[in-house]
Design a protein around this ligand. Structure first.
Ligand SMILES: Cc1cc2nc3c(=O)[nH]c(=O)nc-3n(C[C@H](O)[C@H](O)[C@H](O)COP(=O)(O)OP(=O)(O)OC[C@H]3O[C@@H](n4cnc5c(N)ncnc54)[C@H](O)[C@@H]3O)c2cc1C
Length: 507
C-alpha cells in the first residue's frame, strides 16, 4: 500500500532487481508488473492490484557525483542524493518535500518541490535515463539527441523500429504538471517517459543535472491578518524576483519558494500545540501565513543580516536582498509581525518548517482518526491543482465556495509561489468524503477554465477522482491519444496497468 492508502492492494509477488539485466529478466519471467520506489505516492500509483512488484530498493547505488551532474540508480533516495551532493557543495533544486522518495519515483511522477518557482520541476533536471520497455528493450535516452518529427517519435526496439504517435492535446501553460503523458510537437523522447508513472517503461538509471554552489538560504515566517494582504505580498515578491533573474542584479531580491497555510491550517497547528512547541507566534486573527525562502549573496553573515533588517527602513542608502525584502514587507504592513531566520539559524528555520509540515500531518491524523472511530470508508480527500498566479485569488474563492456550500470542514496549504495549493477535506463522516470528491471535480473544471492544471505534482495514479480530472483536462479523445501511445510501447498492457487510465473507454 502506498501513502494514499489506496484500498484493496494485493500483489502476485515481488522481485528485487539489482541491475538493468535483472529488470529485463523480470519482464521476461512475469506477467503484469508494477515498479515502485518509496511508495510515497499520494495517488495509489504505487499500490499493486495483482501485479508483480518490481521494488527498486536494491538498485540504490550512486554511480557518480560531479558538480554538474549526478548519476544514480532508481532506488537512491532524494535525501541520499542531497547528502552526496552536499559534500561537493552542489545540490538538487527540484527536490520534493518528501526526501525519502526515490530517484525513479520522482522521475516517473515528474515530482516538484517548494522551489519550483525558481528551479522548475524534476523534468527540467533529467539529462538522461536508461529505461526498460515492456518487450525487454533497454533504451538509453540522452536529452537533446532526438526529437519527434511529423507527429511521431521513432524508437529502436528489439522488436524493430516503432513509431510512437505524439498526442495532439495542448498542455496547460503552468510551471507544474503531473498529468499523464507529455506531448508537444518536436518533443524529446525523454519527456515521454518522465511523468509516465511506470506505464511505459521501468527506469533503471538516471542522470540528473545539479546546481553548484548550493545557495545561502534565509527564511521568514510572515503571518498575515488578511488574505488579500498576503496575496499582494506574494505578487510583489514574485515580480521582484523575476526582475532580479532577468537583470542579474546582485542587490536584487531572490526568492526561491513561498509556502502558504490558510486559517484552518493554522488552527490545526495551534490545536496540536506545534506553534507553542516551536515557539512560533501566530496571532489569533491570522488569515494566512507565509513561509518565504530567500537566497542571499555568498558570505552574508547572520550579524550582517540582522544589521540590514534593523536599518532597512532608516538608512535609505542601504541596499541588498534583505533590505529590499524588509521594504516590501513594510509596504504591505507586515514587517513588524514577521520573523526572519538568517542562514546560520538552522534550528529556527527548522522550527518554521515544522509549522508547515505539521499541517498535512495534522490533517492526515484527523482523517485517520475519523476512519478508525467513525467509518472505515473515510479516506484522504484532497486535490493538488495549479493556476497561473494571477488567478490564485479566484481559485481560492472557488475552493472556499465549493467546500462551504457543502458544509465541509477543510484546510488549504501548499506552494503559493507557483499558484499550487492542496485543498483538503477534514471529513467527520463518510458522506463528507463523497461530497468532498464532488467538490474536487467542480474545482477541476474551474481550474481548467482558468488555464491551470488540476494535477500539478502528485500525478494521477489509480485514483478515480484524479483519473476523472485527467479526463476533464484533455477529454476522452485526449485519453484515447494516451492509450494509443501506451498500446504502441506496451501492447500487452504489462506495465502498471490501471495507472493513469483504464485500458478502454468506459462504455
Ligand atoms: C509527506 C509527503 C510529502 C510529499 N511531498 C511531495 C512534494 O513536495 N512534491 C511532490 O511532487 N510529491 C510529493 N509527495 C508525493 C510523492 O513523494 C512523490 O510522488 C514521489 O515522486 C514518489 O516517489 P516514490 O519513490 O515514493 O515513488 P512511488 O510512490 O513508489 O511510485 C510512484 C509512481 O512512480 C512509478 N515508479 C516508481 N519507480 C519507478 C521506476 N524506477 N520506473 C518507472 N516507474 C516508477 C510507480 O509505478 C508509481 O506509478 C509527497 C508524499 C508524501 C507522503
Amino acid at each position: 500500500m502506498d501513502a494514499a492508502h489506496f484500498p484493496g492492494g494485493h500483489a502476485a509477488g515481488v522481485v528485487f532487481p539489482r541491475s538493468t539485466a535483472d529488470v529485463v529478466d523480470a519482464i521476461a519471467q512475469h506477467g503484469a508488473l508494477l515498479p515502485i520506489g518509496a511508495q510515497s505516492s499520494l495517488t495509489g500509483g504505487a499500490t499493486p492490484m495483482g501485479e508483480t512488484i518490481v521494488a527498486t530498493s536494491k538498485m540504490a547505488r550512486i554511480v557518480s557525483v560531479a558538480p554538474h551532474e549526478i548519476v544514480v540508480e532508481p532506488g537512491v533516495t532524494v535525501a541520499a542524493m542531497q547528502d552526496a551532493l552536499r559534500e561537493i557543495g552542489a545540490w538538487f533544486p527540484p527536490a520534493p518535500t518528501y526526501t525519502a522518495a526515490c530517484a525513479g519515483g520522482i522521475v516517473a511522477t515528474n515530482a516538484a518541490g517548494a522551489s519550483t518557482f525558481k528551479y522548475g520541476s524534476t523534468r527540467k533536471w533529467v539529462e538522461a535515463i536508461t529505461v526498460v520497455l515492456a518487450d525487454g528493450t533497454v533504451l538509453e535516452i540522452v536529452r537533446g539527441r532526438q526529437r519527434a518529427r511529423d507527429g511521431r517519435l521513432t524508437l529502436a526496439t528489439r522488436s524493430g523500429t516503432i513509431q510512437v504517435p505524439v498526442p495532439g492535446y495542448r498542455m496547460p501553460d503552468v510551471v507544474k504538471r503531473s498529468a499523464g503523458y507529455y506531448a508537444e510537437p518536436g518533443m524529446d523522447p525523454i519527456d515521454l517517459f518522465i511523468g509516465s508513472e511506470g506505464t511505459l517503461g521501468i527506469i533503471t538509471r538516471i542522470t540528473f543535472r545539479v546546481a553548484t554552489p548550493a545557495p545561502l538560504v534565509a527564511m521568514a515566517f510572515v503571518p498575515c491578518i488578511h488574505e488579500l494582504q498576503g496575496l499582494g505580498l506574494v505578487g510583489d515578491l514574485r515580480d521582484a524576483s523575476a526582475e532580479t533573474w532577468r537583470s542579474d542584479d546582485p542587490a536584487g531580491l531572490d526568492i526561491s519558494a513561498i509556502e502558504h497555510m490558510d486559517r484552518r491550517s493554522l488552527e490545526i497547528v495551534h490545536e496540536d500545540g506545534v506553534d507553542r512547541r516551536h515557539n512560533v507566534t501566530i496571532p489569533p486573527d491570522t488569515e494566512l501565513a507565509l513561509l518565504v525562502q530567500l537566497e542571499l549573496p555568498a558570505g552574508t553573515t547572520d550579524e550582517a543580516a540582522y544589521r540590514l533588517v534593523e536599518h532597512a527602513l532608516s538608512e535609505a542608502s542601504m541596499d541588498g536582498p534583505i533590505v529590499r525584502f524588509c521594504r516590501i514587507l513594510d509596504a504591505a504592513g507586515l514587517l513588524d509581525a514577521s520573523e526572519l531566520a538568517p542562514p546560520g539559524q538552522v534550528r529556527r528555520m527548522r522550527d518554521f518548517l515544522q509549522i508547515r509540515e505539521a499541517v498535512p500531518e495534522g490533517v492526515n491524523r484527523r482523517v485517520g482518526a475519523a476512519k478508525r472511530t467513525v467509518d472505515d470508508r473515510i479516506e484522504k480527500t484532497a486535490a493538488d491543482m495549479i493556476v497561473p498566479f494571477e488567478r490564485f485569488a479566484d481559485m481560492m474563492r472557488v475552493y472556499r465556495g465549493g467546500f462551504e456550500r457543502r458544509g465541509l470542514d477543510y484546510a488549504v496549504w501548499g506552494h503559493i509561489s507557483d499558484g499550487n495549493v492542496h485543498p483538503n477535506v477534514i471529513p467527520r463522516r463518510y458522506d463528507e468524503v463523497v461530497r468532498g470528491k464532488e467538490a474536487i471535480l467542480e474545482f477541476g473544471r474551474a481550474v481548467v477554465s482558468m488555464g491551470g492544471c488540476p494535477l500539478a505534482e502528485h500525478g494521477v495514479g489509480r485514483s478515480a477522482v484524479k483519473q476523472a480530472l485527467l479526463e476533464q483536462l484533455y477529454g476522452q479523445d485526449g485519453i484515447d491519444e494516451m492509450r494509443r501511445v501506451k498500446r504502441v510501447l506496451d501492447p500487452g498492457w504489462k506495465l502498471a496497468p490501471g495507472v493513469l487510465f483504464q485500458r478502454s473507454r468506459p462504455a
